[in-house]
Design a protein around this ligand. Structure first.
Ligand code: ADP
Length: 788
């Protein structure tokens, strides 16, 4: 009865799963038939499917048979038979949703299904992994299945040259890291020759570890930068001034949003120091830029935590892995500000030439899908930003892992002592332990406490990806103690060593609640794969970072009424609810920041797609002459409108200037009659006649394909020049909006409005430049003809 009721009220997830299970049955039914096929016959299915699509069948029509074919091929090529739940995962991916499957469920194999299905359409499938190592591994393993079935498979790596990349993108299925695909997108839109481009139009992508790619790593946009000079003197000067600044007096720092700004006193100090009246004046924009970067460098970047200084250079440190990030630098003068703070020689500044956020890159795909062990908690975000739903796939075997309630302490010291004690206990009986931390700093701290107990352990700080993978993969062996940040070796399977299952499996210890439950779940999921036994337990304290950032005052109050045991364990009931609540606040704050950044980027994103579309049209020489005509016409029209503005009396119209501007884009035009005219219609009439004459000549000249081929280069450089200047202007505008939050208007709206105005202005300049460049070419050719 209860089951019936549940069905009636429509437990959506159950209903959905039932539909999937029906399809699974159909796939299973096809198995005997598939087994009878020879390798050749199985391969021939690919051609057959493609024909079916051409005849009007859809992907959905083919799904069941296609999945049966891939399963059979996998059995023959890699000796693995897709579990039923893996088939379901494949269905979710084909639909463009996120398949949530815990670690060890075999997501790599799941991707083989939908990548095959969607590749049949012949428009390319991108399979995104979190690092190059996994991309190569999956390309070999799963790619083998696809090649067996007659598809081509490619690998996209950063160091590849253009031809290698082109080949990789031409393949039916292409593996690689998300960033690299995004960079290729940007580079393709900087090309001056259509053959320099490597990508095809986007079709379908599968993102492995989707939450990591789309949420965690999506904080920093992809930037392609060129070199420009900076003012060294000003950088040093600002660094010196800022050194004397005090928190809450001269500036405020908000640890929650990790943002900083000057107080009125701070501003006054700067104005006095540089002997200016008003830092907010437009003419002091540059100075403002340098001082705010100096302030950020001063308080948001800590030496030996966020960066190290080595051989006179600032090397950034990845907080998750502890590895220095070779070749990475902060953009927009921030890197130089840190160099100035350390008194180092300044490197040249990287100036943005093209940039896109990971979010907006992946939104370019008509169909996007993802897999991960942890997505449900962020479902709203996936829905709102990517229109993807999160479907939780049942595990192949029931999860046996025990997730114990958190152990909560008053101080960090008590917490780590308890961790070490616990580890010692477990180690005495040989049970392997994995201790997850939130940063390399915390890993070191844990290590200190373990040392006190003379334990032998492995800390995964500052290791290469390969070392990490290797060390994580053996973390389930008897007697191992491994300390690692949550990100280390993600995607690596931890198999249990001999006799470990009997000891209770891998024991995972969390040392802090993470920024989101999702990341806690990732850590728990390291244990208990494929029905293995396992335990997870979190040790947390009132002094943890999360509490300090989001509930400092409340924690202080709580401290006064604590009931503790001898080891500092908090015995008050409901204390756990305090931690749960704080974590939710943190999750909300993280989402709000990402949402804010996306909204900001949306303004630029629309502009970028307009300019990129224009650029592509020019590059491919599609309808070039009409494009030029439209640009010239539009420029001319707005010039006339601006001159003959209703706000100016006709006697004051600057018709001389107008003639000057118009003749730049109208070669040989006879415009002098306009001077002194006070009737807009008359002016327009004269100009229109001149335009017609010019366009006739242009048509004639461009009949020669060789002549026509000369145009794109010039026009492109016009577009790029103004677009780059615009990017910088937008960057400054963005910096400014935080500053102007004093004013009445919602800063986001203000940014949108002013950004739009800047864009219209830039577009006008591009049109003018297109007109000028073309006029130049026409003049040159007419002169040649005239002389001949
Ligand atoms: P996940 O990424 O979901 O954590 P992996 O793709 O790394 O999991 O796979 C985990 C392990 O399970 C791998 O060793 C893989 O070869 C194995 N595996 C996956 N699917 C199957 C299957 N259907 N049959 C047998 N082994 C499988």
């Amino acid at each position: 009865m209860l089951g019936f009721m549940k069905k009636l009220t429509g437990d959506k997830q159950t209903k959905q799963l039932n539909t999937y299970y029906k399809k699974v049955q159909q796939i299973n039914k096809l198995e005997p038939e598939m087994e009878k096929l020879t390798d050749e016959q199985l391969k021939a299915k690919t051609t057959y499917f493609k024909e079916q699509l051409e005849k009007g069948k859809t992907i959905q029509d083919l799904q069941i048979e296609a999945f049966a074919v891939v399963r059979e091929a996998a059995k023959r090529v890699v000796g693995m038979r897709h579990f039923d739940v893996q088939l379901i995962g494949g269905m979710v991916l084909s639909e463009g949703n996120i398949a949530e499957m815990p670690t060890g469920e075999g997501k790599t194999l799941v991707a083989s299904l939908s990548s095959y299905l969607r590749a049949l359409e012949g428009k390319g499938v991108h399979v995104i992994t979190v690092n190059d190592y996994l991309a190569s591994r999956d390309r070999e393993l799963i790619g083998g299945i696809h090649e067996f079935l007659g598809l081509t498979v490619g690998l996209n790596l950063p160091m590849m040259d253009q031809n290698q990349k082109k080949a990789a993108y031409q393949a039916d299925i292409t593996y690689g890291v998300g960033n690299e695909f995004g960079f290729d997108h940007l580079r393709d839109h900087m090309a001056y020759d259509p053959n320099q481009r490597v990508q095809r139009p986007y079709h379908y992508a599968i993102i492995d570890e989707a939450d990591s790619v789309l949420v965690d790593e999506a904080k920093t946009p992809l930037i392609i930068a060129g070199k420009t000079g900076v003012s060294n003197e000003l950088s040093y000067l600002c660094a010196r001034v800022i050194k004397t600044f005090k928190e809450d007096e001269d500036f405020v720092f908000d640890p929650e949003t990790k943002s900083t700004n000057f107080t009125d006193d701070g501003i006054a100090k700067i104005e006095r120091g540089f002997d200016i009246d008003n830092l907010y004046d437009l003419e002091h924009q540059t100075l403002y830029h340098y001082v705010i970067q100096a302030l950020r460098a001063h308080i948001m970047f800590e030496r030996d935590v966020d960066y190290i200084v080595k051989e006179g250079k600032v090397l950034l440190v990845d907080a998750f892995t502890g590895r220095t990030m070779e070749g990475r630098s902060l953009s927009n003068g921030l890197h130089q500000a840190i160099e100035a703070k350390e008194g180092l020689e300044l490197t040249e500044e990287n100036k943005t030439q093209a940039s896109i956020t990971i979010q907006n890159y992946f939104r370019l795909y008509p169909v996007l899908s993802g897999m991960t062990g942890t997505a449900k908690t962020e479902e709203k975000e996936f829905q709102e930003i990517y229109s993807m739903n999160v479907i939780q796939i049942p595990t192949n075997r029931p999860i046996m892992r025990k997730d114990l309630p958190d152990q909560i302490f008053d101080t960090i010291d008590h917490k780590y002592k308890a961790v070490a004690k616990k580890v010692k206990e477990l180690n005495a009986k040989g049970q392997p332990v994995l201790i997850g931390t939130t940063s390399i700093l915390q890993s070191e701290k844990v290590a200190d406490y373990l040392r006190e107990h003379h334990l032998t352990f492995e800390v995964l700080n500052a290791k290469t990806v390969e070392q990490e993978v290797q060390l994580i993969s053996i973390a389930g062996q008897k007697g191992r103690i491994t300390v690692a940040t949550n990100m280390a070796g993600r995607g690596t399977d931890i198999m249990l060593g001999e006799g470990v299952a009997e000891l209770g499996g891998l024991y995972v210890i969390g040392t802090e609640r993470n920024e989101s439950r999702r990341i806690d779940n990732q850590l728990k999921g390291r244990s208990g794969r494929q029905g293995d036994p396992g335990v997870s337990e979190f040790f947390i304290s009132l002094e943890d970072d999360l509490i300090r950032r989001f509930a400092r005052e409340e924690a202080e109050k709580l401290k006064k009424k604590l009931k503790l045991d001898a080891e500092g364990r908090i015995l008050n009931d409901k204390i756990i609810e305090f931690f749960d609540r704080t974590q939710r606040i943190c999750e909300g704050s993280g989402y709000a920041i990402r949402e804010y950044n996306i909204k900001l980027d949306d303004v630029l994103n629309m502009q970028r797609s307009t300019v990129y579309e224009l650029r592509t049209r020019i590059l491919e020489g599609r309808d070039l002459v009409p494009l030029i005509k439209t640009a010239v016409e539009s420029f001319v029209k707005s010039e006339i409108e601006m001159t003959c503005s209703e706000e100016i009396i006709p006697e004051k119209w600057d018709t001389k200037q107008l003639v000057g501007n118009l003749s730049e884009v109208l070669p040989g035009g006879e415009l002098s009659e306009i001077v002194g005219l006070m009737d807009q219609n008359k002016i327009s009439g004269i100009v229109t006649a001149e335009l017609e004459d010019y366009f006739t000549r242009l048509d004639k000249i461009t009949e020669n394909p060789q002549v026509l081929a000369a145009f794109p280069r010039y026009i492109l450089s016009a577009v790029d020049h103004h677009w780059l200047a615009h990017l910088e202007a937008m960057e400054r505008l963005k910096e400014g909006i935080g500053l102007r939050s004093y004013s009445q208007e919602d800063p986001m709206r203000q940014y949108g409005r002013e950004g739009y105005a800047l864009f219209t202005d830039m577009y006008h300049k591009i049109e003018r430049e297109i007109g000028r460049q073309c006029a130049g070419i026409v003049r040159a050719i007419e002169n040649q003809i005239g002389r001949a």
